[in-house]
Design a protein around this ligand. Sequence first.
Ligand SMILES: [Zn+2]
Length: 458
Amino acid sequence: METKNAWLKYDEKKRKEIFSFSEQYRQFLSQCKTERECAAEAVAQAEAHGYRNLMDVVAKKEKLVPGDKVYAVCMDKTIALFYLGTEPMEQGMNILGAHIDSPRLDLKQNPLYEDTELAMMDTHYYGGVKKYQWVALPLAMHGVVVKKDGSKIAISIGEDAGDPVFGVSDLLIHLSADQLEKKGKIVIEGEDLNLNVGSIPSKEEKEPVKKAVLSILKEKYDFEEEDFRSAEIEIVPAGAARDYGFDRSMIMGYGHDDRVCAYPSLQAMFRLETPKRTAVCLLVDKEEIGSVGATGMQSRFFENMVAEVLQAMGEYSEIAVRRTLQHSKMLSSDVSAAFDPNYPSVMEKNNAAYLGHGLCFNKYTGARGKSGSNDANPEYLAQLRRILDENQVSWQTCELGKVDQGGGGTIAYIMANYGMEVVDSGVAVHNMHAPWEIISKVDMYEALLGYVAFLENA
Ligand SMILES: [Zn+2]
């Protein structure tokens, strides 16, 4: 059973539309490199499309009715949008979920030190990374520093052409005889991912370079060394996402995983007329480290917000919350591995995803015999097949690599705990979790079409 390349469906005019949608995404990806930046941009776009802050609605004791649009944010890192449908909430919602955190290096809480007249910063990597990919490339610093009085300083250094960048050095090839004998896993070790951030000494006797860096931080950003203790600073690849290939059919960028699903999910919400079933877009944090914490999918945040919406509609009861969740349907979107002709041995060709072949559906994920996976029901898949085919959406089924080659997890199994229908879907990538990942523009466009069709028809 073969799927067709989705580009073949489209004439010149339609391809222009795909390219212009992709350009908006490319700019979003270039500007939003952390979960906080993505959540803030999602709020700005939601408000521009008539969404109101659910907490304002609650505070003013306003009543919500079908056709209303609201959003709720958890700690600036996770966001849920609700577009209230004409059918009762208890009959369930149609939910698009994706995550907005990405693998990166985080600054430690006491990061700054001096070694041999260089100012350095200690990091702790976040999510699954091949550490050797994070050396010898320009890195930017994004995040917040929160001072004791509660004031927040937003940091973004390394993105503008005039900005400095930072980096982790690699060993010169001339002296790498021992290093190159090591296993890939330990060629670069976690504790060696230290950033070089300065080299001009001050007149101080002790740690003159570190002190010079601190005085720059004080002067430019108005914070002191001890403020790092209440900071969250993420080190990410510096620079904009770029068109990829002679034909510009792909995009190379940092954090496609999982913004290439989050972005079309969000845009799908904005393309809807008042839906029958309440439409939801849920963009969550902490997926890359197990969906833990208040802002991860395992948190009660989403369930609480469903309760708030029901309350504001005058329909709240404990059983109403349970029914609303249980009767919901979800596309849990995350990136999939696209077949890569450079690495054919890890893929099983009949069940691999292909760049350009549309939205991916993984019935199951997991590792070592589907362990940890949400195995979607064929009854649900059959309904989705019908919806996608009726709406001329290009889609493919796939697995993440050969059996027992590895595996991965997503947020799908967590939402499935409510007893709702959930399937893993998403966009295929090359270079997953590398500093620069690749996606096909037409795949993201098919995701957008698929998400709209799902919200309207599931
Ligand atoms: Zn992901």
